[in-house]
Design a protein around this ligand. Structure first.
Ligand code: NAD
Length: 498
């Protein structure tokens, strides 16, 4: 059995003696075991990080950027291998896995521009003979705790920015698909990063708590489900750390009566069922405005759903693969049953689907609910599977209210040909990321990613300039080079700039 171990500089193994099974969701078989670490493993990683970080912070930004450039090149050269490895543990199809690596790589590209982004601010002559400048300095050691659903992209959102800013970084990836994060750390070393700059510690709650409590870790970035995000935020802040904690989602796609319905349906199918619905920016809720729109939408959705082909990750014809574990499949199936029990109409039932030749894989067919209402628990909670729910709205205002009042506020999309309605929607909706005729509005790497309400705890978004602000602290210097003529008359008064 393959054992997946930590990447800790100068430290081999140790661990708690506990391990976690890593499945191949396509076959349903355990393909590896990941060692779950302890606070002693974390201490070893912190000690290595402490050794290397001051030198890295003192390395000029252009040299730091060179490591990022080289790392980007290695990601490109190893794209196929990374995508196949990722797909074999996560279950998403290989093309989609390449997108996972690519979106992380784009943050590394942004990080290549760190000399420009970190330049700081300067005011000459802020007072008589006085200049003021501010600089952004690294925090020291940062940590990231990441979910299973983007095992390449999300770690790179975090460590790309943290390390470019001069920090050392310790990554605690999901124990369900830990191999790609380990490969990323190996490639980062190959790119010329010093040992100890990017390390990987595996684990579960025990390791997460050790990270949150460790006095030498200054900041923690978390992405995962909302209850745990909230817990991480509270515990981390109580320990005096800077925390950003992204949580779950329930994104709505609003279909206005004037929308290009064929385009919207094609977008919806990809956004609802792609990656088996295991995306925090998926569109699991569709809101047609008006009964006529709802009927036309349903008519077009049904044949499109009928054509969907789940398959194994390496099948180029498959549109989506299995869900991540059998346990997760049961959870999604329970939500489907809950929807039925609550009175929603289950138009297409994806339960009980088996893929011929891969009967033990964790596959699910697509499901579609109609007549879902806001009071239903299956609407209020995240399902995170290949399930689309139609919630009918009578008017634009009602459609706007649904995502705005939902507990989650990650992403939302509106499909319309009416620029005024789109503009109004974007400006008023109570959600952090908005798509206008764009189903999955994940911002490009030079903007920033972050939801609202229970989709994110903390103030700064991921990557872009927000990421840079999260991973640095500002120091402001007020300087004067006196010529000896000052009298110091008002020495007891708060200094002003005259
Ligand atoms: P998860 O919350 O189960 O796990 C996330 C991380 O927390 C993992 O590293 C895991 O080891 C750790 N963890 C698990 N249980 C813990 C506990 N009790 N105490 C401390 N740490 C614990 O999430 P997941 O199932 O891996 O990922 C799916 C979730 O992540 C979904 O809710 C999805 O919406 C969310 N997500 C959000 C975003 C975003 O940016 N908002 C992006 C991707 C995924």
């Amino acid at each position: 059995m393959r054992i997946i171990d930590h990447v800790i500089s100068g430290h081999s193994g140790g661990g708690s003696g506990r391990s976690h099974d890593v499945f191949d969701p396509n076959s349903g078989e355990v393909q590896a075991r990941v060692n779950l670490g302890t606070s002693a493993d974390l201490d070893a990683a912190v000690a290595a990080a402490q050794k290397v970080q001051p030198g890295w912070a003192a390395t000029n930004p252009q040299r730091r950027a060179r490591v990022m450039f080289k790392f980007k090149q290695l990601l490109e050269e190893n794209m196929q291998e990374l995508a196949e490895l990722l797909a074999s543990e996560h279950g998403k199809v290989v093309e989609d896995a390449k997108g996972d690596v690519q979106r992380g790589l784009e943050v590394i590209e942004f990080a290549c521009g760190i000399p420009q982004a970190l330049k700081g601010e300067y005011t000459q002559g802020a007072g008589p003979g006085i200049d003021v400048y501010s600089m952004r300095q690294p925090l020291g050691i940062g940590a990231g705790i990441t979910p299973f659903n983007f095992p390449a992209m999300i770690p790179m959102w975090m460590f790309g920015m943290a390390i470019a800013c001069g920090n050392a970084f310790i990554l605690k990836p999901s124990e369900r698909d830990p191999s790609v994060p380990v490969r990323l750390a190996e490639l980062f070393l190959e790119a010329g990063a010093p040992e100890g700059l990017l390390q990987v510690v595996h684990g579960d709650k025990e390791m997460v708590d050790a990270i949150l409590d460790h006095p030498a870790i200054s900041a923690v970035s978390f992405v995962g489900s909302s209850d745990i995000a909230h817990y991480v935020y509270n515990r981390g802040v109580a320990a005096g750390k800077r925390i950003q904690a992204m949580g779950g989602a329930k994104n709505h796609g609003i279909i206005m009566p004037d929308a290009d319905l064929d385009q919207a349906v094609s977008d919806l199918i990809g956004a609802a069922y792609g990656s088996a619905g295991e995306r925090c920016m998926a569109l699991p809720v569709v809101v047609p405005v008006g009964e006529d729109t709802a009927e036309r939408l349903r008519e077009k959705l049904l044949p499109a759903i009928d054509k969907l082909r789940p398959g194994i990750s390496s099948d180029p014809e498959a549109q989506y693969g299995p869900v991540v574990t059998a346990e997760h499949r049961t959870r999604v199936e329970n939500w489907i049953q809950k929807g039925v029990d609550e009175g929603a109409e289950l138009v297409v039932d994806g339960r009980g689907f088996t893929l011929q030749g891969h009967e033990k894989g964790f596959f699910m067919g697509p499901s579609l609910f109609d007549h879902v209402t806001p009071d239903m628990e299956s609407y209020r909670e995240e399902i995170f599977g290949p399930v689309l729910q139609i919630v009918r709205a009578a008017s634009f205002e009602e459609a706007l209210e649904l995502p705005s009042k939902h507990q989650y506020g990650n992403g939302v999309a509106i499909f319309t040909r009416n620029g005024h309605a789109a503009r109004e929607f974007a400006s008023r909706v109570n959600v952090g990321m908005v798509g206008i005729n764009v189903p999955i509005p994940v911002p490009v790497s030079y903007h920033s990613f972050g939801g609202w309400k229970r989709s994110a705890f903390g103030d700064q978004n991921q990557y872009g300039m927000e990421g840079l602000r999260f991973w640095t602290k500002v120091k402001t210097v007020t300087q004067r080079w006196p010529d000896g003529s000052a009298t110091g008359e008002n020495a007891f008064v708060i200094p002003t700039m005259g």
